[in-house]
Design a binder for this molecule. Structure first.
Ligand code: 6GU
Length: 241
């Protein structure tokens, strides 16, 4: 997978050189390019923003530098997907991450200030597939941190990225439930015991206990996910109804 990032803060993305992402880049699973939006300006001051039509607080990012950047980065064969991280987008979920991980070329367009001229995503949609995605109901200063979160969520789903593929399937959200609690040695630590069932060696009991823990945890902290899971679950066999 190729990932291109367009930003006025290219230095933010230095962390992509470390940890799992660094390894993925070294192994050639992921190829990342970071582009300074100011390189696509044509004026002496390298201006990327201007005052909003209709008035209001803050500045809006100008359309033309974005168009020049997209024209140079988006593939002509229509295989690119441009992601605009924005608190006004649809919510980015594990399902979105899974879907994006199946693409061959992602372009993250990181807006700052009060956003980008609204004609830019429209223009992008004329040359690529477009997703306007939000991390959730809170406001960040720009798309950089949001892009980083989405890139990490997507990259770890690419086959070959995680040592043990089972560790992906068991995680929170993949099955619509939060993860069960984990423990490691020692079995007794500061007066706290590891649940006996985990020491039993009875794998059927352990699976049942873990499933119960997942359901209890999800009901307690994310009841909205249980409603979603019921909707997504396959229809029960007719005999059960
Ligand atoms: Cl994707 N961008 C910004 N600026 N703020 C956010 C967000 C994205 N998601 C949640 N808050």
């Amino acid at each position: 997978m190729r990932i291109d990032i367009i930003t006025i803060f290219p230095e933010y993305f230095g962390v992509l050189d470390v940890s799992l992402m660094g390894k993925a880049r070294q192994s050639g699973l992921i190829d990342v390019g970071v582009h300074d939006l100011r390189e696509f300006t044509t004026d002496r001051h390298r201006t990327v923003d201007d005052t909003p039509y209709g008035g209001g607080a803050g500045m809006v990012m100008k359309a033309e530098p974005w168009a020049l950047a997209l024209d140079s980065i988006v593939r002509a064969d229509g295989t690119s997907t441009v992601v605009f991280p924005t608190p006004s987008g649809t919510v980015f979920t594990q399902r979105s991450a899974r879907e994006l991980s199946e693409h061959t070329h992602l372009v993250f367009a990181c807006g700052r200030y009060e956003g980008i001229d609204a004609r830019v995503p429209e223009y992008a949609a004329s040359i690529a597939s477009v997703r306007e995605l939000s991390l959730g109901d809170y406001v960040l200063n720009g798309g950089e941190v949001a892009s980083m979160a989405m890139i990490e969520a997507v990259a770890r789903l690419i086959p070959g990225m995680v040592g043990n593929p089972d560790s992906l399937a068991e995680e929170s959200h993949e099955g619509g439930l939060l993860e069960y609690p984990n423990f490691t040695k020692p079995a007794l630590w500061r007066d706290r015991e590891v649940p006996e069932v985990l020491l039993s060696g009875n794998h059927a009991r352990i699976s049942g206990w873990r499933r119960d823990q997942q359901i209890a945890r999800t009901a307690a902290v994310r009841p909205d996910l249980l409603a979603t899971e019921a909707e997504d679950a396959p229809e029960p066999p007719k005999a059960d109804r």
